[in-house]
Design a protein around this ligand. Sequence first.
Ligand code: UD1
Length: 342
Amino acid sequence: MAKKILVTGGTGFIGSHTVVELYNAGYTPIIVDNLSNSSIKILDQIEKIIGYRPEFHNFDLCDDVKTKNFIAQHSDIGGIIHFAAYKAVGESVEKPLDYYKNNFFSLINLLDAYKGKPVNFVFSSSCTVYGQPEILPVSEAAQVQKAESPYGNTKQVAEEILSETAQASKNYNIIALRYFNPVGAHHTALIGELPIGVPQNLVPFITQTAIGKREKVTVFGNTYNTPDGSCIRDYIHVVDLAKAHVAAIKRMESELSASNYEVFNIGTGTGSSVLEVIAAFEKSTGVKLNYAIGDKRAGDIEQIWGDATKSSEVLGWTAELGLETMMQSAWEWEKYLKNGGF
Ligand code: UD1
């Protein structure tokens, strides 16, 4: 029997791609999601890709009784990948308590439900914990900076909660993955990012503009201290990112972890500027993008990209897909949405 892996937030953007990759790697994914930022239709889409409909449970992990009962009734779960969380930086500034409640209660309830029982646990962290690093590429050993937003703070404090929990009990085997900028979509164009309202992130804004839903993309500043003046990020294809979670689960199962709390950067090791992303979009899709240079966005980091040495040498995972594949797949997904495929 294939090992069952619980994927919280499994109908979300990264969650859904990870469900597919887990299944492809021979695992049986089970999803818990309260659909607060996703659609139940994603289950149909996953089924179209893998030919299997994952077991799905709709409840809020902030409910400690439901979480405890669920874990007690599913003693065959062999690992957890915990995505379920709020993730919008701007919204977190307006509603900090919502962010602290949702992101902490769910995490603590899950960990608490495993008191006294062994568990392999993968956590979605973010490169946001580094702030603006002094040395690039930024490695896992870099000093964590004071968070710029309540969202960022939930990631930092969650890492502390996990590290202290692992220190207190060897039952917890934990890997935190610090994602850089996840973009793109599955090559089938059956799953992808589903932003609610106006997208805040660059790539969905680009694809929505190209399809005619938005008038133009504003490049947030071109006077940064970078080669072309626009900000630099480490964009990573969501399918590569999904595979990193499978690698993390395998590492813990094979008892290869150097300690029961480990942290890995999940990026490509390469930075791309906003203007380079736009150029890659135009080149890979043949679509001309309407864009203009605008003001800097408050709170933006000038440049960041990750050191991928530890994830490749220790975790045994390396990103394979390039920027043009990211853009092309995001575009196919946008067209699929427009054609009412979803
Ligand atoms: C943001 C969050 C980060 C979070 C990540 C999730 C901030 C400060 N950081 O990262 O914590 O983990 O999303 O994906 O919000 N840009 C434009 N025009 C646009 C939109 C973006 O030029 O319309 C630029 C931004 O200035 C930035 C780059 O594109 O340089 C990427 O922006 P975005 O996709 O919002 O991600 P981050 O800001 O890197």
